[in-house]
Write a protein that binds this ligand. Structure first.
Ligand SMILES: [Zn+2]
Length: 472
């Protein structure tokens, strides 16, 4: 019964025998991918089964076909891989600034619809940087061919854009499609994108932006993020994030741009837009906006009862002038970068109070934040510079005691409070590992310890992140 129906269908559809444009849309057998075949004029179930090395029965079973006469041109058929039949395992992926759901669908050989459905997204345009999504490689699409790709030209495409998106050269696309450089692209045209042997770094950025990354791949309260952008043409870049203007560091060619950004530890967790504006030599402006998730830092809470003589610690009349003086120093921008690679530790001792701890003093609310990392080093033990820089403050302060601040360049400063001895003076260049003083209990403290602080344009962030990660 089934076979006769299939035979009839074969007769009907195979009257027109235009070559199928998906003839080369083979699944990648090495990777055990499942493929979708879009039914073309001239297709038969038998022909499709032959084409993909599977059986008519397997296609019928995989697609739950109960009535083969409903097979229609444009219909999508799941082609089970006859050798493994394994569509890949769902994995987690964190969205990066250069990604869109479209570029992710290409990279993972799936579709925007599938990504949106799998992740319960009501609006796929609201996917944000830092968002962890579940992807299942090769689950629903046939755009992957061999180790390359089949790209359908859209109205927004240019050859430059397509090449950038797949990480290949325009020349490689010309060659693979036997095009001349003067060829005009048509919407709906299919282009073969030659593979590089590995999955291409697919990105989706407007001109003239050619790459955009975030380090680490997400943003968090009290942490540092680094944005890197490249442009195809020299530009001047500005931007804003979380209501603050971005300080963009650009190379001499003006095509490579970096931003080191500190997220306030009290910033509200949520999704924030980041906007970058580039202006070229002809005064043409280009803009890109992405949404970035700022995660909750999960900082602990601490209750502190202050002895009467330490009550000044929470008296703004005492603390504010000193803080203002420090902020005046640590909000300056030095274009020279002195730090390189991850920082070292300023002393070898246990951490007693971590950065970001929410503090209540004498039963107050938890509106106070510990803006540095405390080390329980014994008095007199050495403090070393965790990175190279220039000393910009070395003097006794009321609350912070004997204090040193080092400018590491690019808006990055570190501070060392409560020292017993200070071995450096303002203007000194210090190398990574150089001893700058000793641990003590000067200023308003309960006992000897080193408080280590790191500022980016005046925003205190977790210094230990700079020991684990590199931001140059
Ligand atoms: Zn501290």
């Amino acid at each position: 019964m089934f076979r006769r129906a299939i035979f009839l269908l074969a007769l009907i559809i195979s009257c027109c025998t235009a070559p199928s444009p998906t003839a080369f849309a083979q699944g990648d057998p090495q990777q055990g991918k499942t493929t979708i075949h879009v039914v073309q004029r001239g297709d038969t179930l038998y022909g499709i089964a032959q084409q993909y090395g599977t059986t008519v029965e397997a296609i019928i079973a995989a697609n739950g076909i109960t009535d083969v006469t409903t097979l229609a041109i444009g219909q999508r058929l799941l082609i089970p891989n006859a050798t493994t039949g394994d569509p890949g395992v769902p994995t987690q992926y964190v969205i990066q600034p250069a990604d869109t759901l479209l570029s992710l669908s290409l990279r993972f050989a799936t579709t925007v619809d599938d990504l949106a459905r799998r992740n319960n997204m009501l609006n796929p345009h609201m996917a944000y940087v830092g968002q962890a999504v579940t992807v299942q490689e090769g689950s629903t699409d046939a755009q992957r061919i061999g180790n390359g790709w089949l790209h359908t030209v859209t109205a927004r495409d240019t050859l430059f854009r397509i090449a950038a998106q797949y990480g290949v050269t325009t020349q490689a696309i010309f060659k693979a499609n036997e095009l001349t450089p003067s060829a005009i692209l048509m919407v709906g045209q299919k282009l073969v994108i030659p593979g590089t042997g590995t999955a291409p770094a697919l990105i989706d950025l407007p001109e003239p932006f050619s790459n955009f990354t975030l380090t680490p791949g997400y943003a968090e309260q009290g942490k540092t993020i680094m944005l890197r952008l490249t442009t195809e043409i020299p530009v001047t870049m500005t931007g804003t994030f979380m209501g603050r203007p971005l300080v963009v560091i650009t190379d001499l060619a003006r095509t490579s741009h970096a931003v080191v950004f500190g997220i306030d530890s009290l910033a509200k967790a949520g999704v924030y837009p980041i906007t970058l504006d580039a202006t070229d030599a002809a005064n043409q402006r280009y803009s890109i906006t992405r949404f970035v998730e700022v995660r909750d830092g999960g900082y602990p809470y601490e209750d502190l009862i202050l002895a009467p003589e330490l009550g000044d610690l929470i008296d703004p009349a005492i603390t504010q002038p000193e803080l203002d003086r420090i902020l005046q120093i640590v909000t300056k921008f030095t274009p020279q970068r002195y730090f390189a690679g991850p920082m070292g530790l300023p002393c070898s001792a246990a951490v007693t109070s971590q950065f970001g701890t929410r503090r209540s003093y004498n039963g107050s609310d938890y509106s106070f934040v510990h803006t540095g990392t405390d080390f329980a080093a014994s008095p007199g033990s050495p403090i070393v510079a965790p990175a190279a820089g220039i000393v910009v403050l070395a003097e006794p302060l009321n609350v912070r005691g004997n204090a040193v601040i080092i400018d590491h360049g690019w808006g990055v400063y570190t501070g060392y409070w409560h020292q017993s001895e200070v071995y450096v003076k303002v203007g000194d260049h210090v190398d990574q590992g150089q001893t700058i003083g000793t641990v003590g209990s000067t200023g308003r403290v309960t006992g000897a310890h080193l408080h280590w602080e790191l500022y980016i344009y005046g925003v205190s962030v977790d210094p230990l992140q700079w020991v684990r990660e590199s931001f140059n």
